[in-house]
Design a protein around this ligand. Structure first.
Ligand code: 7RM
Length: 656
C-alpha cells in the first residue's frame, strides 16, 4: 500500500452516497441543502457568519462590524466580547449537560477518567486561579508541554479563561525545540508533566523542560507547573517549579471568565514552513470559536448523545480545534486517548471504541495504514457497530486505505469524512458533510459553506477542470490565522504574495497542489513547497538541514521526502562531510540521533546518504528535484544541463 499516485487518483471513479437514515436525521440533509447554504454564504459571507455567530455562540457584548478586511489582515466580529471557555463550559452548566461527560479519558496503561461539564468547569477555574497566583495575567503567553492527559485540555482552557494565550508544544518535540518556541513566544510560565506513557514507555517531559531552561535558556520563563503522571524521579527547582496537584488542592473554584475582545489572541501554535524557523501561527478568539464550532457540528453531524473521538494529540491543531474547542463548544462528549497504535496491543483502539460506544471516530491516514498492517482480526474481534461517522485528516488518503476504513472499520455503513485543512486555517476547509455529500475515495470533496476555494496557476489565473494547480482561498473566513507571531511581513510573504493580487483581490496561498474535477470535487496532491509530511506531521526540510549542519561532522545537507508505505513520506538526507570525518554507519546513527535531539523523534531521518557533493545549479542552488528522484529510486527527471558539475549525479546514483 502506498501514497496515492496521480494515476490511481485519476482512475478513481467510485461514488458513495450518504446513508439514507443518517441523511434523514442529519444537520444538513441533502446535497441540495448544502448547495443552497454554499450559495447563500458565497453571496453574502458576512450575513452568513453573523447569523451563525448570533445563533450558535454566547457573547458578552455584540460586535459592531462583522468583518474588517485590510488585506492580508482580517478582523472578525470587531467590538464583540466573549470568552471561549464560557461557550465551552459555563453555558452548558445552565442546561441538562451540566452532568454530561465533557471529557472521557483513557490512559495508555488502562487507567481512565471521566469529567462532566460541571467537573471540568471546576478544574479549569481552579487551574486558572493557580495561573493567576503564579503571576500570569491577560496577554501573557504560557507554554504547554504535556502528554495526552485531561490536564492538557484543562491547562489550555485555564489559559483561555484568563486571556493568557497558550502555546502548546507537542510532547514528541525535543528540549531544543521547546526552548526555541518558548523564546519566540516569550512565555512567562510552562505547564508540563513529569512524563507521559507512549508505546509502553514512560517518556520524560519535565527533564526536557529543565534542559530547555538550563543556563538561562529561556529567560522569560518564571515558573513551571508540573502535573504528576508517570511518577518519574524528577528534580523540582525551589521557587521555580510547582506541583499542579498541590496548588490545585487549595485553589478557589471561582474564576469568572475574562471578557475578551473577539480579536484578542487565543493561542499561538508553531508549524513548519519552507524557510527558516517554525512560524508561530496566531489565532484569535471569536472567529476561531465560531468556525471550529460550526465545522465540528456540520462535518461530523454531531449529536448530543454521541461519544466523539479524535485520535490526534493536543499538541497539533487537530487536537486544539477538534478535541478541545470545537467539541466542547458544542457540548459534546470528547474522548482523549493517551496511547498510539502499537504492535504490543494491536486491538487497543478498537477496545476503546467498544468500551465507550464511540459514534464518531477521527484519525489520520498513517494510522489507518498502521491498522491495516496490524491485521483485520483486531477490529473484527470487537463490536464497532456504534460507529456512525469516520473522519480522516493530515495527508492525502490513498483510495485503498479509504476503502479499507469504510469496509473494515465502518462495516460499509459510515460516511468517510476526508477533511482538508491546515494549522493556518484553524478548521476544516474542504470536507464532505455526512448527510449531504456523496464521497469519492481520495477526494476531500467540496468546500465548507463560506469557503471560496479555487485552483489557479502561479499568475493567479483559474485553471480548467482536471488540470492541476495551486489551492487558494478567495475570501477571508472566521478562523483564518491572523499573522505570524511577531512577524507580519513573513505572514504576508508566505501566504499572500506567491500569487500576485489582482485588482486588489488577495488570495490565500495554501501551499498544496490540487486538481478539481468536473463535479467540483477537490483532489489534494500534496505540498508544492519544501514541506514534507511524515505520518501526518508537518516538517520543513530546512529545519532538518539546519539540525544536520549543526553537527561538527557535516559540511552540507539536503533533505527531501521520499514515498513511504506507512508514513506517507519519510525523511531522506543527503550529507557531505567535513574532510576531517569519513563516512561510516556509526556516523549515520549519530547524525540521526542528532536530529532527534535537535527537533524530536518525528524528524528522525529514515535514511542518510553520504555524498562527495550535492547537485547544484551554476548559481549554487541545490537541485532538490534530482535528490527526490534519487531518494525514491526513480530515474532523474528533466534537464540536468543546468548543473554545474555533471559527474555529481553519476556518483550519487552509484553511492548510497
Ligand atoms: C490539519 C493539519 C497541513 C497540511 C496541508 C496538506 C496536508 C491535511 C489533508 C491534507 C490531503 C487532507 N494541519 N493535509 N489534511 N492533505 N488531504 N485531508 O494536518 O498544518 O499540520 O498540515 O497537511 O498538505 O497543507 S497541518
Amino acid at each position: 500500500m502506498s501514497q496515492p499516485t496521480i494515476e490511481s487518483i485519476l482512475q478513481e471513479q467510485r461514488l458513495f452516497s450518504p446513508p439514507t437514515d443518517l441523511a434523514a436525521q442529519a444537520e444538513i440533509k441533502s446535497l441540495a441543502e448544502y448547495e443552497q447554504l454554499y450559495a447563500q454564504a458565497e453571496a453574502d459571507p458576512q450575513a452568513f457568519w453573523a447569523e451563525l455567530a448570533e445563533k450558535e455562540l454566547e457573547w458578552f457584548e455584540k460586535w459592531d462590524t462583522v468583518l474588517d478586511w485590510q488585506p492580508p489582515f482580517a478582523k472578525w466580529f470587531v467590538g464583540g466580547k466573549l470568552n471561549i471557555t464560557y461557550n465551552c463550559l459555563d453555558r452548558h452548566l445552565k442546561t441538562w449537560r451540566r452532568n454530561k461527560a465533557a471529557l472521557i479519558w483513557e490512559g495508555e496503561p488502562g487507567d481512565s477518567r471521566t469529567l462532566t461539564y460541571a467537573q471540568l468547569h471546576r478544574e479549569v477555574c481552579q487551574a486558572a486561579n493557580v495561573l493567576k497566583q503564579l503571576g500570569v495575567s491577560k496577554g501573557d503567553r504560557v507554554g504547554i508541554y504535556m502528554p495526552m492527559v485531561p490536564e492538557a485540555a484543562i491547562a489550555m482552557l485555564a489559559c483561555a479563561r484568563i486571556g493568557a494565550p497558550h502555546t502548546v508544544v507537542f510532547g514528541g518535540f525535543s528540549a531544543e525545540a521547546v526552548k526555541d518556541r518558548l523564546n519566540d513566544a516569550e512565555a512567562k510560565l510552562v505547564i508540563t508533566a513529569d512524563g507521559g506513557f507512549r508505546k509502553d514507555k514512560a517518556v520524560p517531559l519535565k527533564a526536557a523542560v529543565d534542559q530547555a531552561l538550563a543556563n538561562n535558556g529561556a529567560p522569560s520563563v518564571q515558573n513551571v507547573l508540573v502535573v504528576q503522571r508517570t511518577q518519574a524521579d524528577i528534580t523540582m527547582e525551589n521557587g521555580r517549579d510547582h506541583w499542579w496537584h498541590e496548588l490545585i488542592a487549595t485553589a478557589s473554584a471561582d474564576c469568572p471568565p475574562e471578557p475578551m475582545d473577539s480579536e484578542d489572541m487565543l493561542f499561538i501554535l508553531y508549524t513548519s514552513g519552507t524557510t527558516g524557523r517554525p512560524k508561530g501561527v496566531v489565532h484569535t478568539t471569536g472567529g476561531y470559536n465560531l468556525y471550529t464550532h460550526m465545522t465540528c457540528k456540520w462535518a461530523f453531524d454531531l449529536k448530543d448523545t454521541d461519544v466523539y473521538w479524535c485520535t490526534a494529540d493536543v499538541g497539533w491543531i487537530t487536537g486544539h480545534s477538534y478535541i478541545v474547542y470545537g467539541p466542547l463548544s458544542n457540548g459534546a462528549t470528547s474522548l482523549m486517548y493517551e496511547g498510539a497504535p502499537r504492535t504490543s496491543n494491536p486491538g487497543c483502539f478498537w477496545d476503546v471504541v467498544e468500551k465507550y460506544g464511540v459514534n464518531i471516530f477521527y484519525t489520520a491516514p498513517t494510522a489507518i495504514r498502521a491498522f491495516i498492517k496490524l491485521g483485520n482480526q483486531h477490529p473484527q474481534a470487537r463490536d464497532l457497530s456504534s460507529l456512525r461517522v469516520l473522519g480522516t485528516v493530515g495527508e492525502p488518503i490513498n483510495p485503498e486505505a479509504w476503502i479499507w476504513y469504510q469496509q473494515v472499520i465502518g462495516g460499509g455503513q459510515c460516511p468517510i469524512i476526508d477533511t482538508w485543512w491546515q494549522t493556518e486555517t484553524g478548521g476544516f476547509m474542504i470536507t464532505p458533510l455526512p448527510g449531504a455529500t456523496p464521497t469519492k475515495p481520495g477526494s476531500a470533496t467540496r468546500p465548507f459553506p463560506g469557503i471560496l476555494a479555487d485552483v489557479v496557476d502561479l499568475d493567479g489565473n483559474p485553471v480548467a477542470d482536471n488540470d492541476g494547480g495551486y489551492l487558494v482561498i478567495r475570501h477571508p473566513w472566521p478562523s483564518m490565522m491572523r499573522t505570524v507571531y511577531g512577524d507580519d511581513d513573513r505572514f504576508r510573504r508566505t501566504y499572500w504574495e506567491h500569487i500576485p493580487p489582482k485588482d486588489g483581490n488577495y488570495v490565500y496561498f495554501a501551499g498544496d497542489g490540487v486538481r478539481r474535477d468536473e463535479d467540483g470535487y477537490f483532489w489534494i496532491m500534496g505540498r508544492v513547497d519544501d514541506v514534507i509530511n511524515v505520518s501526518g506531521h508537518r516538517l520543513g526540510t530546512m529545519e532538518i538541514e539546519s539540525a544536520l549542519v549543526s553537527h561538527p561532522a557535516v559540511a552540507e545537507a539536503a533533505v527531501v521526502g521520499r514515498p513511504d508505505d506507512l508514513k506517507g513520506e519519510d525523511v531522506c538526507a543527503f550529507v557531505t562531510l567535513e574532510h576531517t570525518h569519513s563516512p561510516n554507519d556509526d556516523l549515520k546513527t549519530e547524525l540521526k540521533q542528532h536530529v532527534v535531539n535537535e527537533i524530536g523523534a518525528i524528524a528522525r531521518p529514515g535514511e542518510i546518504r553520504f555524498a562527495d557533493a550535492l547537485p547544484k545549479t551554476r548559481s549554487g542552488k541545490i537541485i532538490r528535484r534530482f535528490l527526490r528522484n534519487l531518494a525514491s529510486g526513480e530515474d532523474i527527471a528533466g534537464d540536468a544541463s543546468t548543473m554545474e558539475d555533471q559527474s555529481v549525479l553519476e556518483k550519487l546514483r552509484q553511492g548510497s
